[in-house]
Write a protein that binds this ligand. Sequence first.
Ligand SMILES: [Zn+2]
Ligand SMILES: [Zn+2]
Length: 686
Amino acid sequence: MARMENSEVASVFSEMADLLHIRGGDPHRIRSFRRTARILDNLPESVAVMVRFGTFGKWPGIGPGSVRRVKEILKTGTCDDHRKLRQELPDGLRDMLEVKGLGASTIRLIWNNLKVGSLAELEYAARNGTLLKLPRIGERTAARILKGIEDHRQRIGKIPYVRARRTGMSIVETLSELPAVDQIALGGSIRRGKANIGDLDILVAADEPEVVAQRFLTMPFAEEILARGTGRCSIRLASRQQVDLRILPPENWGAGLHYFTGSALHNIAIRVRGLKLAGIKISDKGIFVRNTENRLDPGRTEEEIFAAVGLPWIPPELRENTGEIEAAAQGKMPNLVTRDHLRGDLHMHTVASDGKGTVVEMIDASLALGHEYIAITDHTQNLSIANGLDEARLAAQIRHIREVEDSVGRIRVAAGTEVDILQDGTLDIELGLLQQLDWVVASVHSHFQMSGAEMTDRLVRAMETGVVDCIGHPTNRRLGHRKPSELDLERLLKTARRLGVAMEVNGNPGRMDLSDKHCRRAREMGVPLVISTDAHSPKHLRYQEFGLITARRGWVEPRNVLNTSPWSEIADRRRDRLRNKNWAIPGAPVRRDPGNSLPVHSDRPPASADHYPSLDEEEEEPASAAQPQQDVDLEAMLDAELDEDLRQRIDDFLRNGGDDVLQMALERRGENAMKVAFELLWGATD
Ligand SMILES: [Zn+2]
Ligand SMILES: [Zn+2]
């Protein structure tokens, strides 16, 4: 049985605190629920384990009441007080709590005075001016609430692929323990690899459907049962996500798997093809003679379904009815890129900037994955928030990478960087130094608020420097958080093709950027792609799978992907481009020794400052000017599940302040850094 995570138990306490606050209750109790939520979120180990061994009750700040409630929550997903509060208040208040910028205090004000208890009512009250009658709510607040509702609508029901799959897999694991289960798989848009997932679909083949249904409906995270039958059951999770389970007879597995993988448009096209071509009807129950109940074949495998309409098996990522059926019929299906095709990873960070691993640790992890080459691409100085490298430190790092590469052998380690593209499209490292690197990723990490045309100009200008090999996370989208920049994709891709610059398919599960559609356009236009991880720790090196699935949805073949080539070809491309710019090509001796003119340690003044400003000159620049707009990976880390270090850092910030870098990152998520920090650590508060 899948165990509840500490954060899930904590969220029950947070919700109790919020609901009690809205309804009006003993402030002491509200504080106590919040405190328990906070403690649960910060426990060093699983609360389920601690309860079992009796150590939870001894934890500082935990009384017998909390222990009793936690036990109940672990068993049933809820507890007595929680259920009572939910019964007393309308469900819609919980949706309102999920609207950004709307805290429990404001909801309490609105609920107590207007009895507005759902998002629809709230929107109505904000639009017709009723809200303005309340104290503390002015035009601006009302406008912000409307914006929050709209954002919430866009988010609701859609969660990033990685989260949907994680939830789906934990349900799959629970159900696979049942002997009755013959086959089990994730279906729907998860199987097709979409970046944003609505409802979760789980498919099971079983002879005893009741047993499977029973287990599914009694799982602890099933918050609400929406439908129960022997063929289909639906639940809603605490996250509001809906999960549909289809239980198929084993003989029907292929037909059901195909049908419930979708997409709906693909299924329709397959059905039409069956009717036209062979006078057969394809459904989730199998293959039938047209207009009859006469079943020709139950469809045990997906291959049989496709074969019945004269097609080879089509990979799920392509099933969107965007030409895959025609391509399959003509024998022109793309030979999609797979993990085995990828020879290396060309975007990763180390402890030199904001990564967690040393160069050696990143190499070891890459070797374990079978990579032939990698590029170390730490951030540059504009990202002081991410401890970005200035020229002196970058030069020293080049030397360090060369040394480590020589001592390890076995793998080509390219000295690279992820250079920051400034607001005007210039790069924040001297071109002379960038030219000496083996691989340059250029990315935008600040000033996202510009028009699509301006952003395109900015990226084009960066590419035109000639030193850039690849544009990192080109649209800067953050799944569930930030929309992609509205780039002029055609102009961007045309420029990239002309200048021989690749576009990244960033595998960070919070990014998946380029998107599937953009990948497909890049492929059509002959712009090479690079499937990278943007790893900030050795374990992130596995994120290539998220870039892969995105590229596969874009019909991408190995020949469209630069890092399916041997390193020598990638190096040749760079050499050709630099030669076209009439730049000196860093030859082998220079590569092994990045030049006597370069400083090797940041604390030593450069021997010669011909190629770039000296450290002193650098310091004259008001380095903080651009900072308030900065973004970067700290924000990505804030988006993801917080790791222990970051929790500790936020906790320190709340206690002691003084962390300007963190404060800026928090302020970009909401106007009040303290409040955002609280929410991150302990869930929504007022
Ligand atoms: Zn980046
Ligand atoms: Zn990066």
